[in-house]
Write a protein of this length. Structure first.
Length: 841
């Protein structure tokens, strides 16, 4: 219901909704003076009778969770004055609510005429406390407001007495600069997605199906105003009944004992950790050891005879003034840590060391009979490209005898045992075993981030590539006891479930979800559990029958949170760039989209090794941008995984050569095909490699009205040399290319060396503690553009690394992006100017 749409300097709020008034009595001893010599007053009835107002979501006909018997109703309003419904002689507290919706940042004030004592809350924050009312005449009170775009709740808490049945009236008065800005007052809670939706709410952590498939361990958290809490519940899957609960973080390493529906976990006791098991069926608790000083996390052997855990040896000096680096990686805080494997024998209680030396030992898997442990070591080797060597071994768990499978491999792999322990399932790059798994064009170099799968026969030593002709990029895999391999893989900008069957064929499992996240399969059953989100819906939990491959929704943790949030359509739009190259894309529309209108547009891309997936939340919530009135076009330029090896290999030695032209052409084609986008109001944005892409694009085109780069690379050589992973990442982005032999890449493709060509206003964002792409990458580009007289802004995020993760910083950072786009794409500079007032320095 729309209540007020007047675009005037002052707008009267004409309708409200309210909860039935709640009687409140004076407390016992209320006429006795307290230590401050005060008696309990009628005003105290208002201020000391409290509600959790910030948690309310008023809606006519709906009950609030906190008030199981109270339902929001349309309030009685006469001549714009809210009328009391309290018929009792006893004072009562009433809550009244309305929503205000604005499409741009604005300031103004709410002005109330009170006929009694009241408090006013805007977006859950108390703005007015009025407790000095006398008589029956109205008294005016007001509060100043600064509203970001979106929908805002206004709740009045009113003390109702017999002195007057009139309670209050209200109007909104915009500041002069915003007198023509529309503000709609409504009783509907329906709204678009905002930054608080992204950052707060329920979350699903880990999931583990019990060996029989009967039970599920699920960690469930919730974030409220940036503060997180969690509990881990054990469910009976069939009826969703909770059979056991662990609150908070008092236990660790919670897992199922292999082959049994028994829980095991560590809990702090004394000065160490104790290991407990709990039999679900028998409801029997048992302690296997107590106050152990060495085990902080562990893995069970499949035969349940021993535990494997790590011992850390840290060789980093605690204090130093000068220190010689022992290798490129020695700048990294954890580089001098070494981790070695130890075993705890459950029969004897003895701890033994399994590995030694100067290289960290990593465990990959344990054979099903418990006899063999797959381990690996790795070390830098600057004498041979790609500068790292890995060795993989079979360690006999009984004798510690070592069998070398591969020594000094140049391409890292990960391995797990087949159900009968005769084979290994191996994940690695397409060239992990020479050319046997490679499917690229002549002259191309493999993109190592495009993960492939292989089967290795331990007896014959034969390697069989199983995903060579499979375009999706593998991210997870399980070789199940039913003989099938279940694969999670990125298929273009989706992440789906697949199954590699005994017939050697890979088929997609047709189950719900655009983006599969976590998966767990019963060791000895046919039940699976997975989590997945959709492009316009948060994470849900699903069951999967491994026999029929039927999936059913099992839990919807954020359903309540999102029930009033509306989303626009998301549509695919792929562009045939040239023969053999189709650039996949999709676009998001505002929920109230009108094809007859003209909209500003944000173009988003990565341009690096991975596609921009259909994530629902995350750091780049496209639904949120659409809710702010933008069309959002997301594209997948050449070089991304999920489209086949040839497509992903285009990333090598590219650095914008191919992708910039693709982005420009796709954007122009999109504008031509979609007349509802205003071609003069198109901005672009990207982060990390996408930040580089943003910088580089502005040296090649002026089609964008503004551009935002977060943690972008401006000089490829300085990133290559200074970023913690610069040179190692470059083996997949700049293979065999160096500053001394490829000026065409390190200089010609670097935005810094082309800064004079930039014509587009730019916002550079960067964390001051970024060790991936150092902060200097944005600083030097800012310096260049400033000296060239360009329109550029640099905003630094204090102590932030490559991503902004602090709750409050995320809000400010997100608003910074929206404010900058509002300035240049909507012609609304007020938000930006309010956040970043120019200093006369």
């Amino acid at each position: 219901m729309l209540i007020c749409t007047m675009q005037l300097h002052g707008q009267t709020v004409r309708e409200w909704m309210g909860l039935p008034p709640v009687p409140v009595e004076f407390p016992a001893f209320g006429d006795m003076k307290n230590v401050e010599n005060k008696t309990f007053s009628q005003a105290d009835l208002l201020t000391l009778s409290t509600f959790n107002i910030e948690n309310l979501t008023p809606a006519v006909g709906e009950q609030e969770l906190q008030y199981h018997s109270l339902t929001w109703e349309t309030a009685t309003v006469n001549d714009n004055i809210v009328i009391s419904q309290n018929k009792s002689t006893v004072p009562a507290i009433g809550l009244y609510a309305v929503y205000a919706e604005n499409t741009q940042w604005m300031s103004g004030k709410l002005q109330f005429s009170f006929y009694g004592n009241a408090e006013v809350y805007v977006d859950g924050v108390k703005k007015i406390t009025y407790t000095s009312h006398k008589g029956t005449e109205a008294v005016n009170q007001e509060c100043a407001l600064q509203w970001v775009p979106g929908k805002h709740s206004i709740i009045v808490k009113s003390l109702q007495t017999q002195e007057s049945d009139k309670l209050f009236s209200a109007q909104f008065i915009a500041d002069p600069n915003f007198k023509d800005a529309p503000v709609d007052f409504t009783l509907s809670p329906k709204r678009g997605k905002n930054i608080l939706d992204v950052l707060n709410g329920p979350r699903i952590g880990g999931i583990q199906v019990s060996p029989s498939g009967k039970y599920l361990i699920m960690t469930e958290g919730e974030i409220i105003k940036g503060k997180s809490s969690s509990m881990t519940n054990v469910y009976r899957i069939a009826d969703k009944e909770i059979v056991y609960t662990f609150y908070g973080n008092n236990v660790s390493n919670l897992t199922w004992i292999p082959g049994e529906d028994k829980l095991s976990y560590l809990i702090k006791e004394g000065t160490g950790n104790s290991l407990y098991t709990y039999d679900i069926e028998q409801q029997k608790l048992e302690r296997l050891f107590r106050d152990d000083q060495t085990i902080s996390s562990f893995s069970w052997s499949p035969d349940r005879s021993y535990l494997i855990y790590y011992k850390n040896e840290n060789y980093t000096p605690k204090e130093w003034e000068l220190r010689k680096l022992d290798g490129i990686e020695d700048r990294q805080a954890y580089y001098r840590n070494r981790y070695f494997l130890c075993k705890y024998d459950l029969a004897t209680g003895i701890h033994t060391r399994l590995t030694w030396g100067n290289q960290t030992t990593s465990i990959m898997d344990i054979s099903h009979d418990g006899n063999q442990i797959l381990i690996s070591t790795g070390r830098p080797d600057y004498n041979e490209y790609p500068y790292r060597k890995q060795s993989v071994y079979l360690l006999n768990a009984r004798t510690n005898q070592l069998d070398t499978l591969w020594k000094d491999r140049l391409v890292d792999i990960q391995c797990v045992f087949s159900p009968d322990d005769s084979k290994l399932l191996i994940a690695g790059a397409a060239d992990a075993f020479g050319q046997i798994g490679v499917k690229i064009a002549k002259g191309q170099i493999v993109n190592g981030y495009d993960t492939q799968l292989y089967i290795y026969d331990l007896n014959s030593k034969e390697v069989t590539p199983i995903t060579k002709d499979f375009n999706p990029a593998v991210s997870n895999y399980i070789w199940h006891t039913d003989g099938n391999i279940y694969i999670v893989a990125g298929d273009t900008d989706y992440v789906y479930l697949f199954r590699y069957g005994k017939d050697g064929k890979i088929t997609r499992i047709e189950c719900p979800g655009d983006l599969v996240q976590k998966i767990s399969l019963a060791q000895n059953g046919n039940t699976g559990i997975y989590t997945a989100s959709d492009e316009s819906y948060p994470t849900r939990v699903y069951t999967l029958d491994l026999t029929t491959l039927n999936a059913q929704e099992w839990a919807d943790p954020q359903g309540e949170q999102y029930k009033n949030i509306e989303f626009g359509q998301v549509k695919d739009w792929d562009y045939n760039y040239k023969k053999g190259t189709t650039i996949d894309g999709r676009y998001y529309l505002p929920a109230n989209f009108d094809p007859k209108k003209k909209y500003p547009m944000i173009v988003y891309y990565y341009g690096g090794t991975t596609p921009v997936e259909r994530t629902f939340g995350g750091r780049w919530p496209f639904n949120l941008y659409a809710a702010n009135g933008y069309v959002v076009y997301v594209m997948q330029p050449s070089g991304a995984t999920g489209f086949g090896q040839e497509f992903s290999a285009r990333h090598q030695n590219n650095w914008g050569k191919i992708t910039a032209d693709e982005i420009i052409a796709c954007t122009k084609a999109f504008l031509k095909a979609h007349p509802f986008v205003d071609a003069q109001r198109v901005g672009c944005m990207g982060a990390s490699y996408g930040g580089f892409t943003t910088m580089y694009l502005q040296t090649r085109t002026d089609i964008f009205a503004c551009a935002i780069s977060h943690a972008g690379i401006s000089s490829i050589s300085s990133y290559w040399g200074e970023g913690y992973w610069g040179y190692s990442y470059s083996t997949n982005a700049s293979a065999h290319a160096f500053p001394w032999n490829r000026k065409d890449i390190y200089v010609d493709q670097s935005p810094l060396f082309n800064a004079d060509k930039v014509k587009t206003p730019m916002l550079l964002l960067h964390g001051t503690a970024d060790v991936n792409v150092p902060t200097g990458e944005s600083i030097q580009f800012y310096t260049a553009l400033k000296l060239l007289g360009k329109d550029v802004e640099l905003v630094l995020i204090k102590n932030a690394d490559h991503a902004v993760v602090d709750y409050n910083q995320r809000i400010i950072w997100g608003n910074t992006i929206m404010a900058y786009f509002a300035k240049y794409l909507k012609g609304e500079p007020a938000w930006w100017e309010n956040m970043y007032k120019d200093k006369n320095l």
